[in-house]
Design a protein around this ligand. Structure first.
Ligand SMILES: [Zn+2]
Ligand SMILES: [Zn+2]
Length: 221
């Protein structure tokens, strides 16, 4: 399977350092507020460590293209929802591996199996507890959604839901990715812009499985 291998300890150390820096930069007790110069230095350090976290995240196979069979590899944090990868703020600058030309956008869900994620202190939007599709995305030409599943260290199950099409789709037509509040895209004029999709989710998957617009893929096969 797409086992990230070693790296858990390193990742936990980095996440702990980020939490500690965050506590110092934004103390709960205002009497502990640091002088501005000191805070600026800690902020610089925070972004340095955050870069290390992003670079060291495992690049895991999260899906498989239904059109050409290429695995979809993405940076992912399988070690816990307390990692900044999961934070809705989207502060990680991630260099993603190359993917086939059919990949459009990655959404997802996380089944907590009744667990309360007490480790999460930041704003995290890991998605619903069960898989879903966005019908508006499936109305785009030749679009197919692929659901897979990955066991997380916490016992939760992550459910990546990747969208692929053989047609060229204008990025503005897509959706904010997994865990993010908005999505950024290049405009036709070459600039960049952002949007927030507010499309309905459909949890009734069977009709889409019947038409072939939705597929389950076992990543271990
Ligand atoms: Zn492909
Ligand atoms: Zn469950």
């Amino acid at each position: 399977m797409s086992e990230p291998g070693a790296g858990r300890e390193e990742r936990d150390r980095i996440v702990a350092e980020l939490k500690e820096l965050d506590r110092k930069i934004y103390p709960e007790d205002s009497s502990e507020k640091l002088p501005e110069r000191k805070r600026d230095l800690l902020k610089d350090r925070f972004y340095e460590v955050l870069g290390e976290y992003s670079d060291r995240l495992p690049r895991m196979v999260l899906s498989k293209c239904p059109h050409c069979g290429a695995p979809l590899k993405r940076a992912f944090d399988p070690y816990g929802l307390d990692g900044p990868w999961w934070h809705a703020s989207g502060i990680c600058k991630i260099e993603e591996p190359a993917h086939c030309g059919h990949f459009q956008v990655l959404l997802g869900a996380v089944a907590l199996h009744g667990r309360e994620p007490l480790e999460v202190k930041e704003n995290v939007q890991p998605g619903p507890d069960v898989p879903f599709v966005v019908p508006k995305l499936l109305e785009l030409p030749k679009m197919v959604a692929v659901v897979s599943w990955i066991s997380l260290a916490s016992g939760d199950t992550a459910l990546p839901i990747a969208y692929f099409s053989t047609e060229e789709i204008a990025p503005v037509m897509l959706h904010q990715p997994w865990c993010r509040k908005d999505y950024w895209f290049k405009t036709e004029e070459g600039g960049s812009s952002w949007s927030v999709a507010n499309d309905l989710f459909d949890f009734e998957l069977k009709p889409y499985l019947v038409t072939g617009q939705l597929k389950w893929v076992d990543l271990e096969e």
